[in-house]
Design a protein around this ligand. Sequence first.
Ligand SMILES: [Zn+2]
Length: 271
Amino acid sequence: MTLVSTPAVVLQTHRYSESSKIVRLATRDLGVQSAIAKGVLRPKSPFGAALETLSEGVAQLYHKETRELQTLAAFDVIELRRGLAGDLGRFAGAAALAEVMLKMAPAAPLAAAYDALTHGLDALAAVTPDQVDAVAVRWVWLLVGVLGFAPELDACVRDGSPVTGNGGGGEGTIAFNAADGGVLCGRCAGLQPSPPTRLPRQAYRDLLTLNDAGAELPALDAAHAAAHRRLVARFVRHHLGESGALRALDFWEHHAWVTPPPRPAHISATS
Ligand SMILES: [Zn+2]
């Protein structure tokens, strides 16, 4: 057993006993880890208020590879991210991002995923209110990408054929299929047993921009933002299969406290 010091973000906490919590941490050096924080609920706990969901700090973990539950010795908070908790739209996006990390990241070092998570949380805290959704959608895509599930958006995911210029399998739309992991050319879209999602040209351009961290964010109105949330949420669900409920992702996707339920016209549903 070794004492490891690593940057970490609290993804989830559960009360374990009168005085202890079990926390799920995204760590930069050890991947996603579960740890028990003993005495954290006592009034004079050295952890104080730091072990809240989404707070970031330096975790000291007694770590043993063969153990499922590590022991958290200390957590020195750097950023509590209280600004996210005070705004439901930002918080919902941040919680969805944390859930994707929790469910898709391995218990192995993956610094790029950790950095995508923290950059996403920082961006959500800083962005103007009208771009909260675009930022959340972007960072869910980018996190999914560094976790090894990047969608193929430039050419047909099945045979590499161009998807633009020939209608992409439909009148002015580009076909996208979560099961294949990207866009389809007209021929491959026609061979699908069930019709793929049809992205209008602008939605396809926005999807490319959302997946490019260096590009300016697209301006998404409420209906288009809802369609993009739905598209990435469906992609995540498909790649996770039957690995349990994704409550934060569902909550963020449906977003009903801000906008009425989206009309399905912008990106047509396949299921
Ligand atoms: Zn094709």
